[in-house]
Design a binder for this molecule. Structure first.
Ligand code: CAA
Length: 379
């Protein structure tokens, strides 16, 4: 077993680290405060090739492996999880879904601008009444011959107003339950498609989360992804990869908070010495470092399995379950180590703590990960 990154992976990691420090860190507190989408930064991420990392060069992607993607997610998330969630959704859910299951027409028309970062995409599965229970889709797509008529509402959609291309899951044959579900490509501007107000969130406040409303939207037949009834499998396969990206985001948030706490503990003095010299703090740091290392191994392993073409369903869910718990635990401890300073915005750790919580909720809650894991180990 080789625990070593390649030269290329190290270079990509460094590029992402530099970008996070130079481009994301300035202004991150203000963007969080005012819920400002990092539009300029996302544009630059596209120019760096970070929005279509695993897409082949044929479709304007960077042609890199999943481990490189995870390294980028980790570095960006150390500083700004609102920016990294855009990278995650565009890469793991939208580009991956289109490249793996889209038609040649769909790849040419929609994947190319998404992979090059000229446009960004959104993945629309969750609904007011269908979150974890994804088979209970209420959005309908009625087959009208040349087109589908789309009606319904989607909730909690990342990139909700900034995306140009939306992958929308909807029910076509209700009697067939999940086997009657389809996935469609919907363009911004299609008649009857409206975007609701921005959600006012606890964390990842810079990200752009909205409800979407579809009212008799005519979606051309060629915009259905895969065979009739493939939509639920499409969503599940796509989310599997998404979970690795979110696990890497959680790992980055934890690492960012840990590094700040480590630095602070060496500078802050109490009772005549740096607080890191007190075992009460040193032991906290030891626990945090160990948890982060364990999470990193799970996340990298899941990405490695994906790169080997092996099944990563179990590994991805384990990585997401554990890394998101570590993100929550470590960020809480980082605030604690900072004392009163941890409670104010200038020290960054309170934001990381708020951002950490979403990693236990989106792309399948922790309970969903336990469901996937337990089904696998008990089968
Ligand atoms: N790969 C391929 N097929 C899969 C699969 C996978 N990973 N997981 C399930 N399936 C298939 C099953 O094989 C089964 O197919 P057959 O009937 O042909 O055998 C079918 O899907 C139904 O599977 P289950 O009976 O296991 O379905 P379930 O309802 O019991 O549970 C679940 C499945 C794992 C709970 C699933 O519903 C799930 O993952 N829920 C969470 C959804 C989620 O993550 N939502 C957040 C979306 S993010 C978003 O929308 C917003 C955004 O901005 C990103």
């Amino acid at each position: 077993m080789l625990f070593q990154l390649s030269e290329e992976q190290l270079m990509i990691q460094q590029a992402a680290r530099d970008f996070a420090q130079n481009e994301l860190k300035p202004g991150v507190i203000e963007r969080d405060e005012h819920q400002k989408f990092p539009a300029e930064q996302v544009k630059k991420l596209g120019e760096l090739g970070f929005l279509g990392m695993m897409v082949s060069e044929k479709y304007n992607g960077s042609g890199l492996d999943a481990l490189s993607y995870v390294l980028v997610m980790e570095e960006l998330s150390k500083v700004d999880a609102s920016a990294s969630v855009v990278v995650s959704v565009n890469n793991s859910l939208v580009c991956y879904g289109l490249e793996s299951y889209g038609s040649e027409f769909q790849k040419e028309k929609y994947l190319k601008p998404l992979a090059s970062g000229q446009q960004i995409g959104a993945f629309c599965l969750s609904e007011p009444e269908a979150g974890s229970d994804a088979t209970s889709q209420q959005t309908t797509a009625e087959d009208k011959g040349d087109y589908y008529l789309l009606n319904g509402t989607k909730n909690w959609i990342t990139n909700g107003s900034t995306a140009s291309t939306y992958l929308v899951i909807a029910q076509t044959h209700k009697e067939l339950k999940h086997k009657g579900i389809n996935a469609f490509i919907v363009e911004k501007g299609m008649e009857g498609f409206t975007v609701g107000p921005k959600e006012n969130k606890l964390g990842i406040r810079g990200s752009d989360t909205h409800s979407l409303m579809f009212n008799d939207v005519k979606v051309p037949k060629e915009n259905r992804i895969g065979e009739d009834g493939f939509g639920f499998k499409f969503a599940m396969k796509t989310l599997e990869g998404g979970r690795i990206g979110i696990a890497a985001q959680a790992l980055g948030i934890a690492t960012g908070a840990y590094e700040l706490a480590l630095e602070y503990s060496k500078q802050r003095k109490a009772f005549g010495k740096p607080i890191s010299d007190h075992q009460a703090i040193a032991f906290k740091l030891a626990d945090m470092a160990t948890q982060i290392e364990a999470a990193r191994l799970l996340v990298y392993k899941a990405a490695w399995l994906k790169d080997q073409g092996q099944s990563y369903t179990l590994a991805g869910s384990m990585a997401k379950l554990y890394a998101s718990k570590v993100a929550m635990d470590v960020t809480v401890e980082a605030v604690q180590i900072h004392g009163g300073y941890g409670f104010v915005k200038e020290y960054h750790v309170e934001r990381l703590m708020r951002d950490a919580k979403i990693t236990q909720i989106y792309e399948g809650t922790s309970e969903i990960q336990k469901l996937v894991i337990s089904r696998d180990i008990l089968k």
